[in-house]
Design a protein around this ligand. Sequence first.
Ligand SMILES: O=C(O)CCC(=O)C(=O)O
Length: 337
Amino acid sequence: MDTHTKVLSSGIRHSNLPESYIRPESERPRLSEVLPCKDVPVIDLGCEDRTKIAQLIGDACANYGFFQVVNHGVTIEDVEKMLGAADEFFKLPVEEKLKLYSDDPSKTMRLSTSFNVNKEKVHNWRDYLRLHCYPLHQYVPEWPSNPPSFKEIVSNYCAEVRKLGFRLQELISESLGLEGDYIKRVLGEQGQHMAVNYYPPCPEPELTYGLPGHTDPNALTILLQDSQVSGLQVLQNGKWFAVNPHPNAFVINIGDQLQALSNGKYKSVWHRAVVNAEKARMSVASFLCPHDDAVISPATQQHGVGAIYRDFTYAEYYKKFWSRNLDQEHCLELFKN
Ligand SMILES: O=C(O)CCC(=O)C(=O)O
């Protein structure tokens, strides 16, 4: 790729889908077959009955691997500021953004494109800004200083989302019949990463993806979806369902580490982002990740079911994840007993 075609958000509207983005026939999204999703649960965290919330979360984790939360404690103002800062960042002149470009996944701050350009055969219609976010004082200095408010707005958002993530981990622990602090304790001092995803309008959305089907390698993902433009889809019983934006909600999904920790009871579900011809779409994914040295092993074993996965450290898992292409088999399959 030459410098100007390194990212898609260059200000140039593409009239054709370049060859390197075209999926073979059998791998295309078949958008007309996607079902409107009526029932990804929306859970009200403001409800006073904690046992009920934990139960709803447990059902959602076991049956869907996905749920949405409202009354989650992050203010609308903080959410809007976050989306505004992301929007301003992607509107910067391409020369400015390219100063931050890297396709090396080990970098703690980088603007990149697609998923893993050096590993994949076909590219994806996405640019993304990937940030490490914890501890903030260590990483904020390397974040973009343009737009000027970026660091302050995004660090505030990260701190709020982290609190929400811990609250959810407590409820997930309780839903598994564990002590409230179980997950937090065994995952050690958790890392936090962010992917600010920007999917420009795409000339031929039927032929490509923003992100192909994948599961998340971390513990828990808190996704802020564009409030106007849909694109997220989840796999349920072999069919893709659209998860359309719900007002003031975050979409939460279980990552591979919580599937392993729950010995397969809770599902790290395949999901993907599709693109559309008219509108750009933005999403902000926050990932809580176990400490590198945390040993992931089953906390619960159902009667008669042995440990499905061998014990591993998060560092080992993460290295394996990034050594592969995104749309291969579930990475956890490689850790099965
Ligand atoms: O853009 C979306 O809705 C999905 C993003 C996602 O799956 C990710 O960043 O891992």
